[in-house]
Design a protein around this ligand. Structure first.
Ligand SMILES: Nc1ncnc2c1ncn2[C@@H]1O[C@H](COP(=O)(O)OP(=O)(O)O)[C@@H](O)[C@H]1O
Ligand SMILES: [Mg+2]
Length: 387
């Protein structure tokens, strides 16, 4: 039976919906909430797939998920890349894959981050060349953290004075200043499995509970639909995210990607509304099951954010490997027995002890024993030079 785990924080509705859906609709697989305690580096992960909804807020979970990934669990989303990216470098990646983004700069922290002081920043230009920044970005602009979420610390500024006021209040965050896109349409799109896209009209100016409903009702033009879909897939593939939302603001017919680093996007029934909730539960459920059922090479982080085969091992695979190793050990022991004659009992004992301790130890000891074997044959001692 394959096992899908969900790791969540305060969130309700989406995780419960997913678990109920998977358990009702699929066989050969079970979905449940992850249970985790102290994690031993020598242990095995018992999940085939984990959906991570919370590790950005809990460093213990992030470390656990990196561990589970190396033990062969497929993690949505890739915890290595999620640990590495930020909105600023994601903008650069977006441009590389042909997606328009607002002009953006990052600014040094307004206040010293923890455990730093003035002397830590001797490399910083002072004062900053603000006029160059203003000439490049223009006004209005948005000041926002380079790794924010949930609109935390997002401020629209119309003048240098408003910018300095907001910057002064930004504390220890690393802030981005970004050209404001004065949009005529705004879309929020789910990307799932780097292949499925669900485009939702979104009204960021509406009250929170009406952002998906207080929107123009006419259908999206086919060319716009195709362009949005293309951009969402390009971004999710470039970033290696299997679950993401991409926000796009359309100016002069061109969609600009505003916010596309959302590896744990809102899926709450009450906020995204029933049809969108239904889509994300079904599509995510199908994708998690597909991954759980796959007999795949496991994956890990690479510098460009892509997922590439990694020689990790699942519990089943580990058991098979241990059995193989034991068989190899037995064969080696028999070979050694032939060569060592009387030392056979000792060599076999060593291998048996190692086998009990696990596959890794078996391999080490077998390697040691084999390496030692030629040095130990029972030959007549060489005559001493003095003789
Ligand atoms: N460059 C921009 N141009 C226009 N609107 C923006 C821009 N940046 C942010 N916004 C507005 O602010 C909201 C929150 O900013 P966003 O980048 O999505 O941050 P968060 O990750 O906190 O959601 C967006 O939904 C959008 O309405
Ligand atoms: Mg956003």
């Amino acid at each position: 039976m394959k096992k899908i785990g969900i790791l969540r924080g305060m969130e309700d509705s989406f995780p419960e919906g997913l678990i109920a859906h998977i358990n009702a609709e699929y066989s050969g697989v079970v979905a449940e909430f992850v249970e985790v305690g102290a994690v031993s580096q020598d242990g095995f992960s018992t999940y085939d797939v984990i959906l991570d909804r919370i590790s950005h807020e809990v460093p213990f979970y992030r470390s656990y998920l990196k561990w589970a990934a190396l033990k062969g669990t497929y993690i949505v989303n890739n915890p290595f890349w999620w640990s590495a990216d930020d909105k600023f470098i994601d903008n650069v990646i977006a441009e590389r894959v042909g997606v328009a983004v607002p002009k953006t700069v990052i600014l040094p922290h307004k206040q010293h981050p923890p455990n730093t002081e003035g002397k830590s920043f001797r490399n910083l230009q002072s004062p900053l060349h603000w006029q160059e920044v203003f000439d490049y970005i223009g006004f209005p602009a948005f000041l926002k953290p380079h790794d924010g979420g949930g609109w935390r610390g997002v401020t629209k500024v119309n003048t240098p004075e408003e910018l300095f006021r907001a910057y002064d209040e930004s504390g220890t965050d690393c802030m981005m200043l970004q050209e404001a896109i004065e949009f005529t349409e705004y879309y929020r799109c789910y990307g799932v499995g780097q292949k499925h896209v669900h485009i939702m009209k979104y009204n960021p100016g509406a009250a929170h509970h009406e952002r998906y409903s207080a929107v123009p009702q006419e259908p999206i033009r086919p060319e716009m639909y195709a362009k949005l879909e293309r951009d969402v897939l390009a971004l999710c593939r470039a970033l290696g995210y299997d679950l993401n939302t991409v926000e796009l603001a359309v100016r002069d017919g061109v969609p600009y990607a505003i916010d596309f680093m959302n590896p744990a996007p809102d899926g709450d029934y009450h906020s995204v509304t029933a049809p969108n909730y239904d889509w994300i539960v079904r599509t995510m459920g199908a994708f998690l099951v597909e991954k759980a059922m796959e007999d795949r090479p496991h994956t890990t982080f690479t510098a460009n954010g892509a997922l590439e085969p990694f020689g990790g091992f699942s519990l089943d695979r580990a058991k098979a490997q241990a059995t193989d190793a034991l068989e190899t050990a037995r064969e080696k022991a028999a070979g050694i027995a032939d060569r060592l004659g009387d030392d056979v009992a000792e060599a076999v004992e060593q291998v048996k002890k190692a086998a009990a301790k696990g596959r890794k130890k078996v391999q080490e000891v077998v390697a040691d024993v084999v390496a030692d074997a030629p040095a130990k044959p029972k030959r007549a001692p060489r005559a001493k030079k003095t003789d």
